[in-house]
Design a protein around this ligand. Structure first.
Ligand SMILES: [Zn+2]
Length: 68
């Protein structure tokens, strides 16, 4: 019954691998993806991933505006 959880974890790791460039296979169709700056795009199915791994989230932005 833990299949879903392990599947989710695998997908997440695959996602990170693609974003880092460690994997070049599309998560949807398995074709090779293209890295365009911070964007990872699949020309086959149109999937797009935004490679914002560091500093994700707007919490840091809000904290920065406290000063003043
Ligand atoms: Zn694809």
């Amino acid at each position: 019954m833990s299949g879903l959880t392990s599947l989710h974890r695998t997908l997440e790791q695959e996602l990170l691998a693609v974003l880092r460039g460690a994997s070049l296979e599309c998560l949807v169709c398995g074709e090779f993806v293209l890295h365009e700056g911070a964007l990872v795009r699949c020309p086959e199915c149109g999937m797009q991933l935004h490679g914002r791994l560091a500093g994700a989230g707007s919490a840091t932005d809000a904290a920065g505006q406290q000063a003043g």
